[in-house]
Design a protein around this ligand. Structure first.
Ligand code: UDP
Length: 148
């Protein structure tokens, strides 16, 4: 089953949006397979965003991610990577649709509350980085009420 790496960024934690974010993924029918609240070291943040390290906003992005604790999660379900990105909304909150997390709770790109893997391949890489021990192994006992 497909998995995605989802992270509530420091602004989301500070603003008390942890429950709201978890609620949206949970109610959709996805299953939580990993969860931790943690402060991120600069080197680790740089590794997570290494593909963006030539971008002009890179330094500000790293400062943002290390500015307070984040909530790192693994969510599992059919098409969770693509659907997760839809739940999250466009990178720029000015363009994210109402009803999405960024559309409902964010104004600026540098305070856009949440990260979600953009492909199955990057999800695998990000989960390996953030959860070296892998996901928690459990199966929902009501999966047949979500999956036909
Ligand atoms: N970002 C930014 N300015 C930009 C583009 C991106 O501050 O012009 C930040 C923003 O927080 C975004 C993150 O960098 O979420 C990673 O950028 P990416 O293009 O990977 O967007 P995402 O996958 O998070 O939607």
């Amino acid at each position: 089953m497909e998995q995605s790496f989802i992270m509530i960024k420091p602004d989301g934690v500070q603003r008390g949006l942890v429950g709201e974010v978890i609620c949206r993924f949970e109610k959709k029918g996805f299953h939580l397979k990993g969860l931790k609240l943690m402060n991120v070291e600069r080197n680790f943040a740089e590794k997570h965003y290494e593909e963006l390290n030539t971008k002009p906003f890179f330094e500000k992005l790293i400062e943002y991610i290390i500015s307070g604790p984040v909530v790192a999660m693994i969510w599992e379900g059919k098409n969770v990577v693509t659907t997760g990105r839809k739940i999250i909304g466009a990178t720029n909150p000015s363009e994210s649709a109402p009803g999405t997390i960024r559309g409902d709770f964010a104004v600026e790109m540098g305070r856009n509350v949440i990260h979600g893997s953009d492909s199955v391949q990057s999800a695998k890489k990000e989960i390996a980085l953030w959860f070296p021990d892998g996901p928690v192994n459990w199966q929902s006992s009501i999966s047949h009420w979500v999956y036909e």
